[in-house]
Design a protein around this ligand. Structure first.
Ligand code: SF4
Length: 374
């Protein structure tokens, strides 16, 4: 593994991957910090609910699937959130004060739930901003249109720039690469034709098998009308990470960024990782109450990166009902779970919230920016 050079993450800092957007949710952070430190104040609702609507079985077979690391009791039985429940969630989230939802699958893909199109429409109708992340394969015309009209962010996890590598990193017939690219292109076209403002992203996890294809993938992403290619380190064993030439990867990200213009950006996310692409964790975690994570079996978890972690489960909304989620939120049970989280931080497989943790510590505790001196 060679060392990386100084590298930049993006050319325009106002993009969906910059953790500085957390500053907009300063009240939530203050509420979270006060509640965690004292255990007695009121906790604001989460900004985002990460909603897994399918779980257990996938139409792809990615060897590096980070959900598979998290789900210890992976049962290989397809679990889908039922239609009746999906029809109630958008209104519930809106009335609770949740601003957005990221719809995905755990060891599965959201597209395996046949009620995904209705869910997208209802979320939009209830003013819940939507992110949809998928492997991008099972999209028909209806889902393409619903995605284009009702989501704010759509990202396909593609992780390859050629059919051959796609087959290796997705564990499926390489011919599916073309279908996935076509589906993403179709979404971008509907968006363009209807003059909708959306963020369409080609997602690219850096792996030993694919780091040398970053530039090829970026060219494809730009050609098919994406706004972004999001390139970021994957959750890998130390042995696998050693197989990545970090210097070469950085070189290719810089080359990809030469294609940036006012409609397209190659984003190389680093601020949540070490220069060698391994995880970084905060000393103390205040950030989990920014989001709530619900897996397809109905379990509710405090952190997006600790699905199914022993001792973290808050309740089950499919069994206990949606109101129970609100009851548990900010309760002594939730507080004890957050203490447990903080006592076991080393077990977090990565920290998607690291940038928020760092940012808020800086502006609310260390104050390097002299925050009041505007
Ligand atoms: S991954 Fe760990 S450190 Fe990061 S927000 Fe979740 S619980 Fe906190």
């Amino acid at each position: 593994m060679t060392k990386n050079k100084e590298s930049r993450e993006w050319s325009d800092e106002f993009n969906p991957f910059n953790s500085y957007k957390g500053l907009r949710w300063g009240d939530n952070f203050e509420s979270s910090k006060l509640w965690i430190d004292s255990g007695s104040s009121e906790l604001l609702p989460p900004v985002v609910v990460n909603l897994d609507i399918a779980g257990g079985v996938c139409n792809f077979n990615c060897p590096h699937c980070h959900h598979a690391y998290m789900v210890q009791d992976f049962s290989k039985k397809l679990k889908l959130v039922p239609k009746e429940m999906l029809s109630q969630i958008p209104r519930f989230l809106h009335e609770w004060g949740v601003k957005a939802s990221c719809v995905v699958g755990t060891t599965s893909d959201a597209t395996l739930n046949p009620y995904l199109p209705e869910l997208l429409k209802e979320m939009h109708n209830w003013n819940v901003d939507l992110g949809l992340v998928s492997n991008g394969y099972k999209f028909n015309e209806r889902l393409i249109n619903h995605t284009a009209f009702y989501t704010k962010f759509v990202g396909f996890s593609i992780d390859a720039g050629t059919q051959r590598t796609f087959s290796k990193v997705k564990g499926v017939d390489g011919k599916k690469f073309k279908t996935v690219i076509k589906n993403l292109e179709s979404i971008a076209k509907v968006i363009d034709k209807n003059n909708l403002r959306k963020d369409v992203s080609y997602k690219y996890l850096i792996l030993p098998e694919n780091y040398n294809e970053i530039f090829e993938a970026t060219k494809i992403a730009k050609d098919i009308g994406c706004n972004y290619i999001q390139i970021r380190p994957a959750h890998l064993s130390e042995e696998e990470r050693q197989k990545i030439d970090v210097g070469k990867t950085e070189e290719l990200i810089s080359k990809a960024q030469e294609l940036n213009d006012n409609t397209f950006q190659a984003v190389g996310v680093r601020h949540k990782f070490t220069p060698y692409f391994s995880k970084v964790l905060p000393e103390k975690c205040y950030m989990t109450p920014l989001t709530s994570t619900w897996t397809a079996d109905g379990d509710v978890w405090p952190c997006v990166d600790r699905r199914h972690y022993k001792g973290d489960r808050m309740c089950n909304y499919l069994i206990d009902g949606l109101q129970k989620v609100k009851e548990v939120w900010g309760s002594s049970k939730h507080w004890k779970i957050i203490k447990h989280v903080n006592n076991t931080l080393d077990d977090c497989i990565r920290c998607s919230n690291y940038g928020y943790n760092k940012l808020f510590r800086a502006v609310s505790e260390d104050d390097p920016m002299d925050i009041r001196l505007i």
